[in-house]
Design a binder for this molecule. Structure first.
Ligand code: AMP
Length: 124
């Protein structure tokens, strides 16, 4: 069965998309630790990130680098990242613009309009 992230990539489940290329897809995390918390996902579905082929690994981290720099440029904030992989069995990297409210694992409740506003600022 397809993972929830594959369903997002294929458009079966909606997402606040930030960026897409032929090998990766990035969208806002619905349980954000900071405003702008983004997940970068390889289009190929593997559970553990270290199961990616060298080519897909390279493509994922190239996108992470590009998207992190973009988020920093737009928000003016240092971007922190984490790879956890306990919840969704489809490899992904978290990117979060660091602000003074951030606490590890503590999530914000945002309204749809707030997600849309952040998406509109960050999408490229
Ligand atoms: P982890 O596997 O521990 O790295 O966490 C998976 C992340 O995916 C969590 O931060 C969830 O909030 C996020 N997540 C799960 N489902 C969705 C979804 N439909 N849209 C956006 N983010 C999601």
């Amino acid at each position: 069965m397809a993972s929830i992230f594959t369903k997002i990539i294929e458009g079966e489940i909606p997402s606040y998309k930030i960026y897409e290329d032929d090998k990766t897809y990035a969208f806002l995390d619905i349980n954000p630790e900071t405003k702008g918390h983004t997940l970068v996902v390889p289009k190929v579905e593997v559970d553990k990130i270290y199961e990616l082929s060298d080519e897909d690994w390279g493509a994922l981290w190239a996108s992470v680098k590009k998207i992190a720099a973009h988020i920093e440029e737009v928000t003016g904030r240092r971007v922190i990242m984490k790879v956890i992989g306990t919840d969704v069995p489809h490899a992904h990297v978290h990117l979060m613009p660091l602000d003074e409210t951030w606490e590890y694992g503590r999530t914000l409740k945002l309204r749809d309009e707030e997600f849309e506003e952040i998406r509109d600022k960050l999408a490229f």
